[in-house]
Design a protein around this ligand. Structure first.
Ligand code: ACO
Length: 422
């Protein structure tokens, strides 16, 4: 059977055969027959905005692969920094490449004193750390003016290193400012996740953050969050990058998209939801309210995964490991009960709603000592690698500036009426 579709314009009887390539049909072909008929797809539910060779997702089969490598293998055997390299450069690094990469990231973790003193400390005392991060990342572009040379590869690669390296420093800086504690400078003798935990929690002992099991668990969580093809934040990254904005400004835009509660803000909402449920006895009533349309079950459902979210399965295992070290999060029992009730309920089953990556990640972060406000920041740190991989890919593809169309539904032409006549 031909791998194509035939489109007929019933107004004229004209037809056109459009080949199916890589699972899609080209809008350029469609345009040959139907130049002024636009696809109406506001949430991009049926639109492929690009081709990409970075991340593959099969939502029905629960498959997630970075550059062809299954997420399960990467989570088990790799490290976040190695995965970041893989996403950005397309191949796993050789030992020499990896040593250089680790060295470069480690030696670009410091932030300019003005970023810390004048910028971060200029925020109101109760500023949300994600708002601080988004602004600080955009502000970095004013410190590295050469970043505008986006087609100079070594210059662009330098900004990639800076962004990945400085994200944890900015995140810890935002957090410590928000609780009135002095900033801790990066420690170049530590690994990526370990250094972040130190900048966050030194010198406290309320959680065992020095335990290598926790830095390992955080590193795995970073791997799981490093990329997820064209989600809202990454689509924003590509949209802004298509205007050839510098990588700092584009990363800030992607982080702003991630901030929303429907996206990276969901794990924060999960914890707030579990607190509001309060006890196992209230689970059934809460689920009944959700089914009656009173709010959503946070951490459930996904635009792409309609069977299971493979990240959620790995996260559940990590949760067990973390709780062995930190003690169990008291909200875990409510979460488990909620999952059990929802997965046995036809409302959720028929709509293919399963726990997503955010359902358990918040519980782990909380047990590790992270405050709820910083959860989305924990997502932005590793996702920076994915955003930058897409930024680089888009430039290589020489893609046109992103400029969708609209279907106008407003008033027809009418004459202006002076204010005294209205
Ligand atoms: N709780 C209850 N009902 C839900 C939920 C939920 N979490 N998610 C979807 N539904 C229902 C909708 O009400 C709708 O029902 P209907 O057909 O009777 O109207 C149906 O399932 C389809 O929902 P849509 O909103 O059309 O699905 P969409 O793909 O647009 O939304 C989303 C996906 C935003 C993730 C949604 O499932 C949701 O809001 N989940 C809760 C928030 C969340 O966990 N976000 C994290 C996503 S993962 C990430 O960003 C890392």
């Amino acid at each position: 059977m031909a791998e194509s579709v035939t489109i007929t314009d019933n107004r004229t009887g004209e037809s056109i055969e459009v080949p199916i390539t890589n699972g899609g049909v080209s809008a350029t072909e469609w345009k040959k027959l139907l130049g002024n008929i636009w696809f109406h797809d506001p949430g991009y539910t049926q639109t492929a905005a690009t081709s990409s060779s970075i991340t593959e997702i099969d939502g029905d089969a629960g498959i997630l692969r970075y550059r062809g490598y299954p997420i399960e293998q990467l989570a088990e055997q790799s490290t976040y920094l190695e995965v970041a390299y893989l996403l950005i450069y397309g191949e796993l690094p050789t030992p020499e490449q990896f040593e250089q990469w680790k060295h470069d990231i480690t030696y670009h973790t410091f932030i300019h004193e003005n970023v810390r003193k004048r910028f971060m400390e200029g925020f109101h005392y109760d500023a949300h750390p994600m708002g601080m991060l988004v602004s600080a990342v955009a502000a970095l572009s004013t410190f590295y003016l050469e970043a505008k040379d986006i087609f100079d590869e070594p210059v662009l690669d330098k900004q990639v290193v800076r962004l990945i390296a400085k994200m944890p420093t900015l995140a810890a800086c935002a957090y410590r400012f928000s609780i009135g504690m002095p900033f801790i400078w990066p420690d170049n003798s530590k690994g990526f996740a370990e250094n972040f935990l130190k900048m966050m929690f030194e010198p406290w002992d309320h959680v065992p953050w020095r335990d290598p099991k926790l830095s390992h668990a955080l590193d795995v969580l970073f791997i799981l969050h490093a990329d997820h093809e064209l989600n809202c934040g990454t689509a924003t990254m590509r949209m802004v990058a298509s205007s050839h904005a510098d990588p700092y400004t584009a990363t800030a835009a992607a982080a702003a998209a991630l901030y929303g509660p429907r996206h990276g803000g969901a794990n924060e909402q999960v914890i707030r939801m579990l607190h509001s449920i309060g006890s196992m006895d209230n689970v059934a009533g809460f689920v009944a309210d959700v089914k009656a349309g009173k709010g959503r079950l946070q951490g459930f459902g996904h635009r792409v995964y309609k069977n299971f979210d493979p990240r959620a399965q790995i996260i559940k295992r990590i949760a067990d490991e973390v709780f062995e070290t930190t003690g169990k999060n008291p909200l875990l029992d409510i979460a488990l009960k909620l999952e059990e009730v929802a997965l046995a309920d036809d409302y959720f089953v028929s709509r293919k709603l399963y726990p997503n990556v955010d359902f358990y990640s918040g519980l782990i972060y909380q047990a590790m000592g992270f405050p709820v406000d910083i959860f989305t920041v924990l997502f932005a740190i590793p996702r920076t690698a994915g955003w930058l991989a897409h930024y680089k890919e888009l430039l290589e593809q020489d893609q046109k500036i992103a400029r969708p169309r609209q279907l106008y539904t407003g008033a027809d032409v009418r004459d202006y009426v002076g204010i005294d006549q209205r």
